[in-house]
Design a protein around this ligand. Sequence first.
Ligand code: ATP
Ligand code: AH0
Length: 366
Amino acid sequence: MLKAGRLWALGAMSGTSLDGVDAAMIDTDGEAIYGFGASRYRPYSAGEQAVLAAALGRWPGDDLDAAARVVMQAHIEALSGFDAAQLVGFHGQTLAHEPQGRGTHQLGDGAALAEALGVPVVWNFRSADVRLGGQGAPLAPFFHFACAKYIGADVPVAFLNLGGVGNLTWVDPGARRPEDDGALIAFDTGPANAPINDLMMARRGVPYDEGGRLARGGTVAEGALEMFLDEAYFLKMPPKSLDRDAFADMIGLVGELSDADAAATLTAMSAAGVLRGMEHCPAPPARLLVTGGGRHNPVMMDMLRAALDCEVAPVEDVGLDGDMLEAQAFGYLAVRVARGLPTSCASTTGVRAAVSGGTLSRPGGG
Ligand SMILES: Nc1ncnc2c1ncn2[C@@H]1O[C@H](COP(=O)(O)OP(=O)(O)OP(=O)(O)O)[C@@H](O)[C@H]1O
Ligand SMILES: CC(=O)N[C@H]1[C@@H]2OC[C@@H](O2)[C@@H](O)[C@@H]1O[C@H](C)C(=O)O
């Protein structure tokens, strides 16, 4: 085991939106957060995105050489030059996620990355959790618990990540440890940006609905929204998680609508998933702190604000960086793995017992 006390870890996330790699430094002992450091965003080119999109849904053993080259090259570029980094947390690119079926698949070779960077790398964060009956996702909740302490929250707060998929963490900052009973509730809320992005690409040839401008001019199709909310997923109790394309057929529900009405309806569906999710919070949070790219979509944010009693604010309002929070999360989780501390528990993924998920690879092997 790496001798890890407090150290500077460099986390890297390549999310389900396939937009690029986020890399960010965090100063932590795997329990408290002491501060945040430099960060970098390394976008995927259109060509790289196409290679990754073609690999979605694939499993180890499939021909993934081209996608693997894209992931490794982008990460080496994103993670080079952070001279203070003592440990790297490497999420990789999720290609497929079937926790109750074939497992979960994050593309990327942490051992090769450790060689390339000359720094130990923690990777393969989700598999151990899935092997022990967990969902393998979401994993940011243990980090959200530390964030709640870092921002000095003294009443329950919730974190909402609006990425390709949405995920929600309710935190009681009065708990001592994240794995303690009642400290956390976490789960994926439903699709967030992925179906909107897919619609925008199909209808307009652009990657996303910038500022929610298209949705703003449309009308929500209530019938389609109701059909969406009838999905069995919304009746399931947490923990629960989703593959990026679990709701890909939503595009079909809006197929007959104008571009603007379709965008408005998909945006309302994502918000509605969050609203359903909020019903699982054991007590109303004082604030819903929003991270991920969806916080830049004022239409989605307005829909949440209109329907919720609590304050809805981007995480920037409490001094956090919503573009880098997930990268920081995997730096934080890497230190926990290096220290043998758990990274998930029954209330975050449904895993049988709290587990420290991740593989540590050092340069030179071992
Ligand atoms: N200005 C904006 N207006 C509207 N939407 C935006 C804006 N900026 C970002 N987004 C949305 O946010 C998405 C990127 O979000 P983010 O980087 O959080 O996703 P991710 O990390 O890939 O996803 P996940 O958390 O699911 O792994 C974009 O693809 C887009 O849909
Ligand atoms: C399997 C997988 O990669 N899931 C991602 C995805 O993106 C958002 C949501 O779905 C969440 O469950 C998870 O990522 C975040 C970082 C998490 O594990 O907390």
